[in-house]
Ligand binder design. Sequence first.
Ligand SMILES: *[C@@H]1O[C@H](CO)[C@@H](O)[C@H](O)[C@H]1NC(C)=O
Ligand SMILES: *[C@@H]1O[C@H](CO)[C@@H](O)[C@H](O)[C@H]1NC(C)=O
Ligand SMILES: *[C@@H]1O[C@H](CO)[C@@H](O)[C@H](O)[C@H]1NC(C)=O
Length: 345
Amino acid sequence: MWFLRFGAGLLWALLAGGLDFKAQESPSPRSPAPVPPLLWKMFQRRTFPPAAEEKPKDACWVEEFDVPGNIIRVFPDQGGFIHREEPQSWVCLQKRLYFNFSALEEAEELTMAQLQIRFGQNSYHASGSKLPFELSLYRASQMALRGMSTHAYSRNLLVEQSFLHLHKSFLFNLTEVARDWRVTGRNLGLILEIASPQAGAFCSNLDSFLDASLLVISLAPKHCKGSRAKRSSHYVPAGLSNVCKPRRLYISFGDIGWENWIIAPQGYMANYCLGECPFPLTEELNSTNHAILQTMVHSLDPEGTPQPCCVPVRLSPISILYYDNDDNVVLRHYEDMVVDECGCR
Ligand SMILES: *[C@@H]1O[C@H](CO)[C@@H](O)[C@H](O)[C@H]1NC(C)=O
Ligand SMILES: *[C@@H]1O[C@H](CO)[C@@H](O)[C@H](O)[C@H]1NC(C)=O
Ligand SMILES: *[C@@H]1O[C@H](CO)[C@@H](O)[C@H](O)[C@H]1NC(C)=O
C-alpha cells in the first residue's frame, strides 16, 4: 500500500475537488462534533440499503428530503449568547446563530437548508398556563457593536411561534435565507429569542438550550452522472486464470492515514483490474475495436506493440461520512469508487 500512503494528500485533493487539483491537506478535525443521528441514518441507508430498496436510484437525489443533492453537511452553530445591558424581563434567552458556509464550493447549488434548534429535556416546564413560550427567529442584517442595545441590530423576523414546552427540537426551513446568504455573500447569521410572559419562573435555566445546527444539502453537478444502476453486488469472478478481470482489493482508510477524518465506512471493497488481454479478445473482455486490432498487431510483433491494458470499464459510487476542514460533518456521495467490471482497452 505504499503508493496509497504516498499519495494520500493528493488523493484527498482529488476527492475533495473532484478532478480539480487543489493543494489541500487532509482535514484534521480539532474538536469534531458528534455525528448527527440523522446523517448516520442516511449513511447507513446508502451503504446497506434494505433489500426492498435495491431498485435503480438517482445518485444525485436525496430521497429523505426529496430534493436534488449529493453532499449533505451539518454546520454547527458558532454564534454566541447575547448579554444585554438592560435585560427585558420577559426575554429568557437571546442568542446569535452563525453558520460558516466557507466549505461550500461555488459550483455547488444549495438545494435545501434546515435549521435544528435543540433544548434540554423537560426544561421550561410549564404548568397550567397556555403557550408560555414564544420563539422568534430573526435574520440579522447588520452587526451590533459591543455595548449597544439589541435594538441596534437590523433584523428581520423570519418565524414566530408559541410553544407549551421547550423540551424537544425545532426544525425550520431556511432554504431561502441560506441561498440568499450565498448569493449576496452577506451572512450575518440569525438571532434566536425565547420569551415568556412569566419569564422569571421559566427562564432561570439557560443551559436548557443545547445547540443549533444547520443541515445543508447541495448539488455538485459535475459529480453526478445521472441515474445509476443499482449499487454493484461487488461480484468478482473467481478462478486462477490470468485473464483481465476485477480482483479483490479492500482499502482500509486507516492504512492510508485517513482514519482521523473519515467517520465511516472504515474501508470498502474497491477492487482493481489485473490480467492479460490475449489474442483473440473475446466479448467478455469488453474490448474496443481498437483493442482487438492492437492484440492482433501484438501477436504478430510482441516486442514492438504491447497488449491492450486491463482497465476499469464500469465503476460504482459509495457514500462517505467525514469531517471537512471546518469540522463540519459531511455525508457525500463519491462516484467511481468501486471497480465493478474490467475490460481490455
Ligand atoms: C469561516 O471559516 C473559514 C475557514 O475555516 C475561515 O477562514 C473564516 O474566517 C470563517 N469565517 C468566520 C466569519 O468565522
Ligand atoms: C423550504 O423552502 C423552500 C423555499 O421557500 C421551498 O421551495 C421548499 O419546498 C420548502 N421545503 C419544505 C420541506 O417545506
Ligand atoms: C463487459 O462484459 C460483460 C460480459 O460480457 C458484460 O456483462 C458487461 O455488460 C460488459 N460491460 C461493459 C461496460 O461493457
